[in-house]
Design a protein around this ligand. Structure first.
Ligand SMILES: *Cc1c(COP(=O)(O)O)cnc(C)c1O
Length: 431
């Protein structure tokens, strides 16, 4: 009862002639799971439809932004209204400060924030700022964490880099990553050792406080506290890359969930409400090093774009209006989904470890606990690929990679979750 994907197949063939791999971001290709990637033409609530008219329950949510589900009326209305007044000016518009205020209210560590157009720009700029502030060169990142595709951060990166098994990236001279130290995640001792070896030379530690980009991997108890303590002691900045976790694991992101105050925070995804936005922020005395006040140059033709600001404001206002109830409902529903699928795997005798923090989760096809990249890499990716294909056939859209987090939105209903668990039970039984 495989679904027809004739139209998608034709669209893919056409796209491949015009665009590398037919995709504008490699994670959208189905390279690691196989099969034809359906082309999507519509989304509403928890569901998406492909070009052949097939419907799917969506657990990708545009890779994180769509915490309200697809096409929430308040957000669409805000975008349409903004568009009627002009799409871009290259001058300041009133709504930029409105979104800034919402972000600053949610993240006590942020006193001032700068908007950019992607998470990649946000992390790249935060690193530049950290180096300028500390006047040091080295940066520490962690294996399996993804911070966008800027040169210095494409070292042992997660997400598509991990999915495609690429060690780093061609086209990045080794001299460009000479100052990037990649350490195992969740390992305090490795961080201590790096600071001992490069004393006084490390500008910052950048971390996904809950990793999403090697699949969902939570921090061990005490790990983020250790990063805070070590960086403070050594005069380095701690950067929380909350592009995925910001407004996802809690209104105030992982910083709120784990009660840690980083020096700099990067945001993206949810703050754009489905339009392209990124942001970086921190204490005013550090942020004021950015041009035009200071010597750190960073700019953007479409930064603070009025449509993107409108979508972000409408989204954050929805989250804020009922934040306690909102995040509790997400957590409860995601808990039910993950418990149901974990039980189904057990019944089917399939080795699977589920990790979940709030509404982000991953089903790892391994019998090991997944706490870092080394353990994530023990997964049976071929088995994941078969699971992914069977779920897609049954109308459930999961990320097309073992090393990506799935997301629940507030639009998912108990019915969606029941249907997903039923589909998983059948898919797991056939593995
Ligand atoms: C998605 C993501 C990025 C990159 O954001 P883009 O908007 O894709 O450039 C950076 N960091 C983390 C943690 C992410 O999840």
């Amino acid at each position: 009862m495989a679904r027809s994907l004739d139209r998608s197949r034709a669209l893919q063939i056409r796209a491949e002639q015009l665009i590398p791999g037919g995709v504008n971001s490699p994670v959208r290709a189905f390279r690691s799971v196989g099969g034809t990637p359906p082309f999507l033409v519509r989304g509403l609530g928890a569901h998406v439809w492909d070009a052949d008219g097939n419907r799917y329950i969506d657990y990708v949510g545009s890779w994180g932004p769509l915490i309200l589900g697809h096409s929430p009326p308040e957000v669409i209305e805000a975008i349409v209204q903004a568009a009627r007044n002009g799409t871009s000016f290259g001058a300041s518009t009133p709504t930029e400060a409105d979104l800034a205020e919402l972000v600053i209210e949610a993240f006590p560590a942020i006193e001032k924030v700068r908007f950019v157009s992607s998470g990649t720009e946000a992390t790249m700029s935060a690193i530049r700022l950290a180096r300028a502030h500390t006047q040091r060169k080295f940066i520490v990142k962690f294996e399996g964490c993804y911070h966008g595709h800027s040169d210095a951060l494409l070292v042992k990166a997660g997400s598509g880099v991990a999915t495609l098994g690429i060690p780093g990236s061609a086209g990045v001279p080794e001299e460009f990553v000479e100052f990037t130290l990649a350490l195992p995640y969740n390992d305090r001792n490795a961080v201590e050792a790096a600071f001992a070896k490069f004393r006084g030379q490390i500008a910052c530690v950048i971390v996904e406080p809950v990793v999403g980009n090697m699949g969902c991997v939570p921090p061990r108890p005490g790990y983020l506290e250790a990063l805070r303590e070590i960086t403070a002691r050594e005069g380095a900045l701690l950067i929380f890359d909350e592009v995925m976790t910001g407004f996802r694991v809690a209104f105030g992101g992982a910083s709120e969930l784990y009660h840690i105050k980083p020096d700099l925070t990067t945001l993206g995804k949810i703050i754009g409400g489905g339009l392209p936005v990124g942001a970086y922020g921190g204490p005013a005395k550090i942020m004021d090093l950015v041009a035009p006040l200071g010597p750190v140059y960073q700019a953007g033709t479409l930064s603070g774009n009025p449509l993107a600001m409108a979508a972000g404001i409408a989204t954050l206002c929805q989250l804020k209006a009922n934040r306690k109830q909102f995040y509790k409902q997400l957590d409860d529903m995601a808990g039910k989904l993950v418990a149901g699928i974990t039980a189904a795997a057990k019944e089917a005798g399939v080795a699977m470890t589920a990790n979940r923090v709030g509404s982000m989760f991953t089903f790892f096809f391994t019998d090991k606990q997944v706490t870092d990249w080394e353990s994530a890499a023990t997964c049976d990716t071929a088995k994941f690929g078969r699971f992914h294909g069977a779920m897609l056939d049954a109308g459930v859209w999961l990320p097309p990679s073992q090393f990506e987090a799935a997301f629940l939105s507030i639009a998912h209903t108990q019915g969606d979750i029941d249907d997903t668990i039923a589909a998983a039970r059948e898919a797991l039984a056939l593995l």
